[in-house]
Design a protein around this ligand. Structure first.
Ligand code: SF4
Length: 289
């Protein structure tokens, strides 16, 4: 059985880097993995391949949309650790529908019988606008994962994604596996959100400069670790996520917060920061005074 994952998150949150490292972690666990970039920026798989691979939509246009003239090697590229990579691409700027592109990508890969070969298929999807188009990968996914940081905008986007999962779960066997905190030295706002909208937190990655560098270098952390073993601890975050997913977690159908309620919750956090809790030691200090 193929495990199908859809990774969503606000643009610029580190979703593609996270996706590439999760794909690699799954490959390191012996799985045959296909990562499908569904961001019109078409750089989802750059960290795996080290270059911008041609997109499905470009290839289809070149072949005048004759699916029968396209071979798997025209659109599927081998990345690090044997992860296969596909970029859906996007419609022409200002025209067309991103969701249509995702639909055509899935249609082509199915015609190529490409889906049946993999243990894991991971869609990496833009999560700023979870319209019907960009929600399309949820139709094929067993689990949705949301990448966020500890900030207002990313959590607002996360809540919209959670709402899309709830909607799709009415008709599809889809679950939210959980949140992945990225660049998160503090997680207080994430905790506050999860208190209001209960969902698992799969992992919290602190702010690690090497992750940002890996993106620019076009290398996963696993590849960088080959020459710098001190980065091994970073890989363990991704291996931990991979292990949780391979264990087929129960996941949740989230009850997203209403926009107004969430706005109040998150803005209250900024406007009325709570005083840090006193520790027992602090209390004793006060008593001594
Ligand atoms: S469905 Fe989404 S991707 Fe398609 S045109 Fe509308 S907003 Fe754009």
């Amino acid at each position: 059985m193929t495990l199908t994952l859809a990774v969503y998150g606000k643009g610029g949150i580190g979703k593609s880097t996270t996706s590439c490292n999760i794909s690699t972690a799954l490959a390191k666990r012996g799985k045959k993995v296909l990562q499908i970039g569904c961001d019109p920026k078409h750089d989802s798989t750059f960290t795996l391949t080290g270059f911008l691979i041609p997109t499905i939509i470009d290839t289809l246009q070149e072949k005048d949309f004759h699916y029968e003239d396209i071979w798997p090697e025209d659109v599927i590229y081998k990345g690090y650790a044997g992860v296969d990579c596909v970029e859906a691409g996007g419609p022409p700027a200002g025209a067309g529908c991103g969701g249509y592109v995702v639909g055509e990508t899935v249609k082509l890969l199915k015609e190529l019988n490409a889906f049946d070969e993999y243990d894991v298929i991971l869609f990496d999807v833009l999560g700023d606008v979870v319209c019907g188009g960009f929600a399309a990968p949820l139709n094929y996914a067993d689990y949705c994962l949301i990448v966020t940081d500890n900030g207002f905008d990313a959590l607002f986007a996360a809540n919209r994604i959670a709402a899309s999962v709830r909607e799709k779960a009415r008709t599809h066997p889809l679950r939210l596996a959980g949140l992945i905190g990225n660049r998160t030295s503090k997680r207080d706002l994430i905790d506050k959100y999860v208190e209001a909208v209960p969902m698992p937190v799969l992992e919290i990655l602190p702010l690690i400069e090497d992750i940002r560098v890996s993106r620019v270098k076009g290398k996963t952390l696993f590849e960088m670790t080959e020459s710098d073993p001190s980065l091994d601890y970073v890989c363990n975050y991704y291996l931990n996520i991979a292990d949780q997913l391979l264990a087929m977690p129960e996941g949740v159908i989230p009850n997203d917060a209403q926009d107004r309620e969430l706005f109040t919750l998150l803005s209250d956090f900024y406007l009325n920061p709570q005083a840090p809790k006193q520790t027992e030691e602090d209390e004793l200090d006060l008593m001594m005074v």
